[in-house]
Design a protein around this ligand. Structure first.
Ligand SMILES: [Mn+2]
Length: 365
């Protein structure tokens, strides 16, 4: 399914409330408006500095000489302005901001919504707006098609990871990481959506962990958290496995508490429910079981063009779930010096029951 950029541009134009333009410079937003099928690349970002959606006329992108040719090839719009400080290269200005100022002057743009704080000098009124970020929270069928392809690949990665970890006594965290990344790379993913996390034994007590040379020991819990980009959209999935297929009684007990919390928050993911309530559904269960102190992060987050995007599902989140929002649900329990468990699924809000998009096995045998 082709991405319909016109629909996105039109929706923004229809919500300008009389302003002359919407200007985006956040990387996720410029990719949304101009080249969604490309992953953020390395370093993560976007080929464009600015995208301008004017009330009247065609969208305009501003890029540097470094990215010019890639931007011309990938961008959905035809009007691409160039900045560079190299005199041999013909450009529209020496900095991105110069080109932006020239372009809005030429197009008689004086009142602006912007996705960041932006000051453009006297006579230009800018107001920050989260409209585009929030618009991205609700996924369209062309986006869901790509998200599902990314999820399919990370599901396969988890199947591979399960076999590797369960029989992986003696492998280091970094070796496990490398094998999983290689496996998914051979399946054709664009890139990882973040650095694969393999947290084993006591390291599994860290909710985020930088993989070490620690060797897997029989009975270790091993948190495997990763995701991939496919056609510009990402997935994010966490499973926890036990080396040798079985953990200590305490860790297996913790596993089942986290699994139940995961299911409770998923079931709470309904149209009209607040982020707070969705978080609370799992958190209350973990607290009741005596591990409230050990669930140290929010329950989940939106994902799509970026690994973390609107909405966030946390204790203090006031956001209201809407149809077709795609979010992660990822409760965890972390016990310092002993280990931890996290179970993360990608879930879609629908008019009926929430739809669990990740299919990798999560029951404890
Ligand atoms: Mn996540």
């Amino acid at each position: 399914m082709k991405i319909n950029y016109n629909r996105r541009w039109t929706q923004i134009k229809e919500n300008l409330n009389g302003k002359d333009a919407f200007i985006c410079s956040l990387a996720g937003n410029t990719r949304y408006l101009a080249n969604s099928e490309s992953p953020p690349g390395c370093p993560p970002g976007s080929t464009m500095n600015f995208v301008i959606i004017p009330a009247k006329g065609e969208p305009i992108a501003i890029t540097s000489s470094l990215e010019e040719h890639r931007c011309r090839k990938e961008a959905a719009m035809d009007d691409i302005r160039l900045w560079t400080h190299y005199p041999e290269i013909k450009s529209d200005g020496k900095t991105a901001k110069d080109v932006l100022k020239n372009t809005i002057k030429e197009n008689k743009i004086e009142t602006i919504y912007s996705d960041t704080k932006l000051s453009l000098g006297r006579g230009i009124k800018t107001k920050q707006s989260n409209f585009v970020n929030e618009m991205r929270g609700v996924k369209s069928p062309d986006e869901l098609e790509r998200i599902n392809k990314a999820i399919k690949q990370s599901d396969k990665g988890q199947e591979f990871a399960k076999n590797l970890v369960e029989s992986g006594e003696g492998l280091t965290e970094r070796e496990v990481r490398t094998e999983i990344d290689y496996f998914m790379g051979r399946n054709g993913v664009q890139e990882n959506s973040f650095s694969t996390i393999i947290a084993s034994g006591p390291n599994a007590a860290y909710s985020h962990h930088s993989n070490t040379a620690r060797k897997l020991v029989k009975g270790d819990p091993v948190i495997c958290d990763f995701g991939v980009f496919w056609d510009g959209y990402c997935s994010d999935i966490t499973r926890t496995y036990f080396v040798g297929g079985e953990g200590s009684d305490e860790m297996q007990k913790i596993y089942n508490i986290v699994l139940e919390a995961n299911k409770r928050s998923i079931n709470a993911l309904k149209i009209g429910e607040t982020g707070h309530e969705i978080d609370k559904a799992g958190r209350n269960y973990i607290s009741k079981e005596g591990y409230g102190r050990n669930f140290v992060h929010g329950t989940g987050h939106g994902f799509g063009l970026e690994i973390h995007e609107f909405p966030s599902i946390t204790y203090k989140s006031k956001v209201i779930a809407k149809n077709s929002m795609a979010v992660t649900i990822e409760p965890g329990i972390y016990v310092p010096s002993k280990g931890g468990v996290r179970i993360e699924d990608d879930v879609l809000v629908t008019e009926g029951k929430p739809k669990i998009l990740t299919k990798a096995e999560k029951e404890l045998y």
